[in-house]
Design a protein around this ligand. Structure first.
Ligand SMILES: Cc1ncc(COP(=O)(O)O)c(C=O)c1O
Length: 427
């Protein structure tokens, strides 16, 4: 690949707004110029200058088995050789739907779309259509994609850029959205169609559900006949080979999935009980559609990942992530930085403060830690030492199944060196 990172980014800036196709990729909140990826293999990325990075972004969690896994590549190639899109039913979508429904208790039917955003948009419309109600309740700091009605109080890039929501969203589009604090069960009434929640919040950095929060939310929804939607675009098929709902002991009415189930290709899905899904066209009156929905290449990649990975692999990844969290925290603290690194399943959250902070329980607490200006400094020291974390303090770390114990040890070593350089004022 010829050209430097600076040259490629200058070209990008000329023809792509901000040089990126998704704001979370920009370095707006950390400063500097993003590197341009030439290729990725397993746990590593290589930029256009040939520099190799230990990658904890993993396409924001889409690459559960690491980049360019040979089994996934073979499935993609095989599917693509047979044609990439038809606008007619295919075997691949049926097989992936069967797989998902077989792995998630309570998921009778699922419909594929092309992104997590679309999955959430569609699930919300379905919930409104099925209940005949308009109001939606979401939790502050949870991110559910960039649909108009759900950007208010959004985490992820909305939080990173310090936006209250988005310009261009008409007042009417959010008039029926109520934003409430995470980990507090809201009062609901009979006007609420659905409550949507990240069962483990991973877009305001990492915030765990408090004991009883999800069960009480389930009960409150049942009291008023509102549907409970678990947005599992991040958590789905990552904590176990199925829904994190089964681990948390609370079953929603609808799920949204994405990321892992597309094996690194564009996909999303939403589903639930047949009685609710029957409201979708052509059976029912809720319209929802997509030219590339259930795409044969994406569904083949997703199926390859879900067949490759066992429950034992995912349990082991979670256990190893716990050890990694402890070792990164040790390394940062021994290097002289106040840090707390927490872990939920295979996801890691890193919080920086002078004295090691307590993990946040809601968006306000997350903002106080993530907005304290410490992350950009650490981010650049890590990047200089060839480790890639997300360029935003509100994102989690995504260790993949491709990360070896040696990669984890290297990550801890880099954290120690970066923390030491920061605390001693050296480079
Ligand atoms: C929980 C959650 N829901 C929805 C989305 C939107 O998914 P996509 O970026 O595929 O549109 C994301 C994206 O990160 C997410 O984390």
């Amino acid at each position: 690949m010829s050209g430097t990172n600076a040259e490629w980014f200058a070209r990008a800036l000329a023809v792509i707004p901000g040089g990126v196709d998704s704001p979370v990729r920009s370095f707006a909140s950390v400063g500097g110029t993003p590197f341009t990826v030439a290729e990725g293999h397993g746990a590593y990325l290589v930029d256009v200058e040939g520099r190799r990075y230990l990658d904890f972004v993993q396409s924001y969690g889409a690459s559960l088995v690491g980049h360019a896994h040979p089994v996934v590549l073979e499935a993609i190639a095989r599917a693509a050789r047979g044609g990439t899109t038809f606008g007619a039913p295919t075997t691949g979508e049926v097989e992936l739907a069967e797989l998902l429904c077989g792995l998630v208790d309570g998921l009778d039917q699922v419909r594929f779309v092309s992104s997590g955003t679309e999955a959430v948009m569609s699930a919300v419309r379905l919930a409104r259509g099925a209940t005949g109600r308009d109001r939606i309740v979401k939790f502050d700091g949870c991110y559910h994609g960039h649909a108009d009605a759900l950007l208010a109080g959004g985490g992820s890039g909305v939080a990173t850029l310090g936006l209250p929501g988005s310009a261009g969203v008409p007042t009417g589009a959010v008039g029926d959205t109520l934003v409430v604090p995470y980990n507090v069960v809201p009062e609901l009434d009979h006007t609420v169609a659905a409550v949507i929640v990240e069962p483990i919040a991973a877009n305001m950095n990492l915030v765990a559900p408090a004991e009883g929060f999800l069960a009480q939310l389930r009960a409150r929804c049942d009291e008023v006949g509102a549907l409970l939607i678990f947005d599992e675009v991040i958590t789905g098929f990552r904590f176990c080979r199925g829904s994190v709902a089964s681990l948390l002991g609370v079953t929603p009415d609808l799920w949204t999935f994405g990321k892992v189930i597309g094996g690194g290709l564009p996909i999303g899905a939403f589903g639930g009980r047949r009685a609710v899904m029957d409201h979708l066209a052509p059976t029912g009156a809720v319209y929802q559609a997509g030219t590339l929905s259930g795409n044969p290449v994406a569904t083949a990649a997703g199926k390859a990942v879900l067949e490759l990975v066992t429950d034992a692999d995912l349990l082991e990844l979670s256990a190893r992530a716990g050890t990694l969290a402890a070792s990164l925290q040790d390394a940062l603290r021994s290097g002289g930085l106040g840090a707390t690194v927490i872990c939920q399943g295979p996801l890691l959250g890193c919080f920086l403060d002078e004295t090691p902070p307590a993990p946040p329980t809601n968006y306000d607490e997350a903002k106080a830690l993530c907005g304290n200006g410490r992350y950009p400094v650490l981010f650049h020291h890590l990047l200089e030492r060839s480790m890639s974390w997300a360029p935003g303090a509100y994102e989690v770390l995504f260790p993949s199944l491709a990360h070896t114990d040696e990669d984890f040890a290297l990550a801890a070593q880099i954290c120690f060196e970066a923390a030491h350089a920061i605390s001693s004022g050296t480079q």
